[in-house]
Design a protein around this ligand. Structure first.
Ligand SMILES: [Zn+2]
Length: 361
């Protein structure tokens, strides 16, 4: 059995790591480079499991050691992620917990985060002690293109004279943004984008979604399972926000109420959220047009949609207004201003008493 059982489509990485494991000629440091969401972290964990598993040549995946590695809970397998000074340990632990729970949450602190010198000092401190349980220390550093210069210089010292039985795995999406001195001291292993069919299989295995949505996710995934899963999750969040807003619009008594609703949306979503929200709203209107033509909706599920008692002309005009709204926001018109026109149009369309689609079927 090969080393990579949880990662598919990375034959080159598998071949290289498999051969160093069987030959016992493991280097002290590896750099896993490639797009996000193609298996770099999982490969690092599989390699780490192979170092600490006591049950199998490579790893068994079932013993206590293996299980703790894959739930980020092994004392000798540590992961460092870019962070910010103001972010506490508990917040970081929470990010890891969510990742273990859903398998999707990016191991990333929101905002402008970097691997700082404090984090490298902590790593050095850990390496200076005897490993707790395993014969090996494995340190995994994620997104090393986000490492401060002084941190990189400190790490360089560790890479030059690594303590025995230490394995460092660095990951990055951009090799060129690492210090050349670091690059020259670790072995580069490249990860590639995944073929569409593989992304499709992997997403289908993890999520229950209809084929039309799956098509769109795969098309937007850019060869990354992680990206497809993240888009699926974000899409679900935004679709829920759109449906909630529609219900609120139905309750609005007049245009002033609509404008108040827009104001609270802008407060809640911030600018980038507003853009995605409007994009999702456009998908909804498009789905409404498809319903009028008796075609299957593409983004929303049939049970969430109601047939609006308006003509296709009205929906077409709405779709156009939403497109104009998006363009305006891109050109830095404030979201509140840009969103007012299509939202009032939406309210007018909705106030013609909608009936549930599913009732008619
Ligand atoms: Zn094991």
């Amino acid at each position: 059995m090969g080393l990579l059982r949880k990662v598919k489509g990375q034959d080159r990485a598998e071949l290289l790591l498999g051969s160093v494991l069987t030959s016992g000629r493991l280097a002290h440091g590896y750099l896993f480079a490639g797009p996000e969401g193609v298996g770099k972290l999982t490969t690092a964990l599989e390699l780490a499991a192979a170092m600490v598993c006591t049950e199998a040549e490579d790893y068994c995946g079932e013993c206590r050691n293996c299980r703790r590695v894959f739930s980020f809970d092994h004392p000798d397998v540590r992961i460092t992620i870019p962070s910010r000074r103001s972010v506490g340990e508990e917040e970081i632990a929470d990010i890891f917990r969510r990742r273990v729970g859903d398998g999707v949450t990016p191991l990333r602190v929101p905002g402008n985060a970097y691997i700082g010198i404090d984090q490298i000092r902590e790593l050095e401190q850990r390496l200076s002690l005897k490993a707790f349980e395993a014969a090996w220390h494995v340190e995994i550093l994620l997104d090393c293109h986000r490492m401060r210069i002084e941190a990189a210089n400190a790490l360089l010292k560790t890479l030059e004279e690594p303590p025995d039985n230490t394995l460092l795995v660095l990951t990055t999406t951009t090799v060129s943004s690492l210090l050349p001195t670091i690059r020259s001291r670790i072995h580069l292993i490249r990860f590639n984008r995944l073929p569409r069919e593989l992304v499709r299989e992997e997403v289908r295995e993890r999520l229950e979604i209809d084929e039309a949505l799956l098509d769109r996710l795969v098309a937007a995934s850019d060869g990354s399972v992680g990206r497809a899963l993240r888009l699926a999750e974000e899409g679900a969040t935004h679709r829920a926000a759109v449906l909630k807003t529609l219900r609120a619009l139905e309750e609005c008594e007049g245009a002033v109420g609509v404008l108040d609703l827009v104001k609270s949306l802008v407060r809640e979503l911030k600018k980038s959220g507003c853009l995605e929200f409007i994009g999702e709203l456009r998908s909804l209107v498009h789905d409404q047009r498809r319903l009028l033509m008796d075609a299957e909706p593409l983004s929303f599920s049939r049970k969430d949609l109601r047939r609006w008692e308006v003509s296709d002309d009205v929906l077409e005009e709405l779709e156009h207004q939403l497109l104009v709204c998006e363009r305006r926001m891109w050109r830095n018109v404030t979201p509140g201003l840009a969103m007012s026109v299509p939202m009032i149009g939406m309210w007018e369309a909705l106030s013609r008493k909608p009936t549930a689609v599913t009732d008619e079927r």
